[in-house]
Design a protein around this ligand. Structure first.
Ligand SMILES: *[C@@H]1O[C@H](CO)[C@@H](O)[C@H](O)[C@H]1NC(C)=O
Ligand SMILES: *[C@@H]1O[C@H](CO)[C@@H](O)[C@H](O)[C@H]1NC(C)=O
Ligand SMILES: *[C@@H]1O[C@H](CO)[C@@H](O)[C@H](O)[C@H]1NC(C)=O
Ligand SMILES: *[C@@H]1O[C@H](CO)[C@@H](O)[C@H](O)[C@H]1NC(C)=O
Ligand SMILES: *[C@@H]1O[C@H](CO)[C@@H](O)[C@H](O)[C@H]1NC(C)=O
Ligand SMILES: *[C@@H]1O[C@H](CO)[C@@H](O)[C@H](O)[C@H]1NC(C)=O
Length: 555
């Protein structure tokens, strides 16, 4: 009898210990980890030890960053040979890390293993294209989490390799100076939480390797980020379904993995995280499952249609059902971000301990009509602080920001993703939106033309004007296509769910186009079909100020 009992014990033990990490997580975090890993498993190429590009349509090319995230998920799951495969992936990624100190991309990680050598005549270095400086941070932070959470599952040799890799990534990151060599890493670049990640990796790696210079560089950089944050208690890039999620990630690293009492990051991180969530809790509309506008950068116009990192955080906090994800996130737009999930899952229970009181309540139940106001500042692109006002009611939200900038399209000069004006409403069937692209290129996509905008937001009312407008300025309004109800829109009267009245000192003649995936004279923005109403330029007599008001008189 005795040997049999022992045998049973031995067989049961690995299952028990491997499931223990996952079972120690909250139910929501387990759900996020389990479901995302089941999806990523189908992309894992066991022969190579990399994930196929989860975006699909890549003719079986692989991808580095999501492979690192998957490896973290493997360590967390730790079933069968998961930990072994994780080590394989890690070793592969570090093997391909750029090793030439003289190159701008030193210490960065490849985008994909099949890529030609960056910086050759055949494959010229092109920042954010052939190489992406942010990947040092994305992969590096993932390595830190692995080393912090799962040291027992990684051999000493691979741990040493990871530390060497982090050291190189940190040195490479120090080559980055905003405004130099086409780089844009200013302390205000808190959007991909990148500045936050850079300060963190330098601070963490410096401490681990006993490199005081590296530690100090991280702390100094963090102090610059903090100084900027405390101006308005907001992140420079404010309110983005995707990038606020990265910033929360970066702030959690500050809070969790740096020694208390010995780092400005662990000192200020919790406060910055709370302030960020307090704002998000007011902007998140639980009924519409969207963060109301304006959005400094967005990868869609309705969070129920694209995978956002904020939705993944929401899943960990309030559950998948109440987040903006549908049952099958992989079919949503921007679905590659679903691969972030292991990071959120692993950090989520710690995250929950840092949230402001009462936040879960405001994330799940609409608190009633209210107006939110904030300011944000993003040097060197903002000449003055941006002023944000958002009105939220049960079925309609109007959010907009005044800005005066040095560039068109926001600091990321992204004409598509900068949305300084967003109206959202529910038609009863779906969430509709109205945005303005401040100008138009009639040939194809819409391009903002203005570097400044003045807005006033009030219940049911939105006033917009171009302080530097002239007779060539154009207002373009983009209105979502409706998948139910009137799918063909010819005028404001056809817009579902809301009445819109437009007035102002502009030439009211407008042309209309459909931005369709399969046709129409404009192209979809962020996968979203829409109708656009380019409004022709104002009569020269009112130069230099032009404006119009949009008066919406209820559904
Ligand atoms: C997640 O998967 C683990 C096994 O891998 C299982 O024990 C756990 O119950 C699952 N959790 C949920 C919420 O599905
Ligand atoms: C780090 O960079 C050095 C060159 O400075 C290189 O020799 C070494 O192989 C790199 N280490 C890793 C882990 O890539
Ligand atoms: C110290 O760190 C800074 C910033 O990362 C770097 O520019 C400098 O070369 C480092 N100096 C030494 C001696 O490592
Ligand atoms: C925002 O408001 C401040 C006053 O609080 C003002 O100084 C600034 O010019 C405003 N910004 C814009 C873009 O209008
Ligand atoms: C919001 O819409 C719902 C359903 O479409 C409707 O029942 C409700 O009365 C609306 N609320 C307001 C304040 O109009
Ligand atoms: C308004 O715009 C239309 C179309 O571009 C043009 O035909 C008309 O002359 C303009 N009206 C004025 C008053 O400028």
């Amino acid at each position: 009898m005795l040997p049999i009992l022992l045998l049973l014990g031995a067989a049961a033990l690995p299952t028990l210990s491997s499931a223990s990490y996952v079972s120690s997580m909250s139910r929501n975090a387990q759900g996020l980890l389990n479901e995302s890993m089941a999806w990523m498993d189908t992309y894992y190429d066991r022969d190579l030890g990399y994930l196929y590009d989860v975006e699909g349509g890549a003719a079986l090319r692989h991808e580095t960053r999501s492979s690192a995230w998957y490896a973290l998920g493997l360590l967390a799951r730790n079933e069968q040979d998961d930990a072994q495969e994780a080590e394989r992936i890690i070793t592969n990624i570090i093997g391909a890390q750029f090793k030439d100190k003289s190159q701008q991309w030193y210490g960065d990680y490849q985008k994909y293993p099949e890529e030609p050598e960056v910086g050759t005549a055949e494959y010229p270095a092109s920042i954010y294209n052939s190489w992406d400086p942010n990947w040092r941070g994305f992969v590096g932070t993932t390595f830190v989490i692995m080393l912090e959470e799962f040291p027992d599952l990684i051999s000493e040799a691979v741990q040493d390799l990871m530390l060497a890799s982090l050291a190189n990534a940190t040195v490479g990151d120090s080559y980055r100076v905003g405004g130099v060599d086409d780089d844009n890493l200013y302390p205000s670049y808190s959007n991909p939480g990148k500045a936050l990640m850079r300060a963190f990796v330098s601070g963490w790696t410096g401490r681990r390797l006993g490199d005081k210079n590296m530690t100090d560089a991280g702390e100094l950089y963090a102090q610059e980020i903090i100084d900027l944050f405390v101006r308005h208690n907001t992140l420079s890039e404010f309110n983005s379904g995707t990038y606020t999620g990265v910033s929360i990630f970066g702030l959690l690293l500050w809070c969790k993995y740096l020694p208390a009492g010995d780092s400005v990051m662990s000192e200020y991180g919790p406060r910055m995280l709370r302030d960020t969530w307090s704002a998000m809790a007011q902007l998140w509309h639980p009924g519409m499952k969207n963060m109301a506008g304006p959005w400094d950068r967005a990868y869609g116009y309705d969070m129920n249609r694209y995978v956002s990192l904020m939705a993944l955080w929401m899943w960990t906090l309030i559950g998948k059902e109440q987040s903006s994800l549908i049952k099958k996130p992989q079919v949503m737009s921007h679905s590659a971000d679903w691969a972030w999930s292991p990071l959120m899952a692993v950090l989520s229970d710690f995250h929950a301990t840092l949230l402001p009181d009462g936040i879960l309540e405001s994330l799940t139940t609409f608190s009633g009509e209210h107006t939110f106001e904030a300011q944000a500042f993003y040097p060197p692109y903002d000449l003055v602080s941006r002023n944000i006002t958002t009105w939220l009611s049960e079925n309609v939200t109007i959010g907009a920001e005044s800005y005066k900038e040095t560039v068109v399209g926001g600091p990321s000069t992204s004409q598509e993703s900068f949305n300084p004006v967003i109206v959202q409403w529910t038609t009863g069937d779906e969430i509709a939106f109205l945005s303005t692209k401040n100008g138009a290129d009639h040939r194809a996509k819409l391009y903002p033309t203005e570097k400044s905008l003045d807005v006033q937001v009030a219940p049911w009312r939105l006033d917009l004007s171009y302080p530097d407008g002239n007779s060539a300025s154009i207002f373009t309004l983009v209105v979502s296509a409706f998948t139910r109800g009137r799918t063909t829109v010819r005028s404001w009267d056809d817009v579902e769910g809301i009445n819109v009245k437009v007035s102002g000192n502009v030439n009211m003649t407008y042309s209309m186009s459909f931005a369709g995936a399969m046709g129409g004279s404009s192209k979809p923005l962020r996968d979203c079909e829409s109708f656009t109403h380019p409004r022709s330029h104002p009569p020269p007599t009112i130069h230099p100020t032009s404006g119009f008001s949009l008066l919406s008189a209820g559904p």
